[in-house]
Write a protein that binds this ligand. Structure first.
Ligand SMILES: [Fe+2]
Ligand SMILES: [Fe+2]
Length: 175
């Protein structure tokens, strides 16, 4: 997995959308789908926060506010993901409600990130930097997935950490 970081991120965003579609579909193995979604969501967000956002800030493609807002939305997505993972069954109203909340938050974040972070990245950062960043993003993302980053205890740990650092204080946020 290598290439322009913007293309790699967009490919993952399409994977999120496909997995959300399967999470809504009761004919799917929704327990397997939620585990696949968890691994991808945690890995993708961590790789963006460790490499992509800091680099785009240094290149003045995005400002602190946009990057910080992205981090807050990752935390909100992880919290909603935890709500989906904590449920024992997948054929319940509670599961449907948790999936609806997860889809709402993730779809919002994908839209906002593509508009306010990826578009500026295309305009303000050259192809070589985007390729180098693509390699860093993919390496970290794949390392996280290899370490089973979507497992329940790890998602619990990440959400607890986000709560501890105040990322989840402002529940309704300023979108
Ligand atoms: Fe993303
Ligand atoms: Fe993101």
């Amino acid at each position: 997995m290598q290439g322009d970081v913007v293309d790699l991120i967009l490919d993952d965003h399409r994977r999120f959308e496909a997995l959300l579609r399967d999470l809504r579909d009761s004919s799917q193995d929704r327990d397997a789908v939620r585990r696949a979604f968890a691994a991808l969501h945690v890995a993708h967000a961590e790789a963006e926060e460790r490499f992509v956002y800091p680099k785009l800030k240094r290149k003045n493609a995005v400002d602190d506010h946009e990057a910080d807002h992205g981090v807050e939305e990752h935390a909100e997505g992880n919290q909603a993901l935890l709500g989906v993972l904590e449920l024992s069954g997948t054929d319940t109203q509670a599961f449907d409600d948790a999936v609806e909340e997860l889809a709402r938050l993730v779809n919002h974040h994908l839209t906002e990130e593509e508009l306010t972070i990826l578009n500026p990245a295309r305009e303000a950062v050259g192809p070589q930097v985007r390729a180098d960043l693509g390699e860093q993003f993919a390496t970290e993302r794949n390392r996280q997935i290899d370490e089973d980053c979507g497992r329940l205890e790890n998602v619990r740990r990440i959400v607890a950490e986000a709560r501890r650092t105040g990322l989840l204080d402002d529940e309704d946020g300023d979108d």
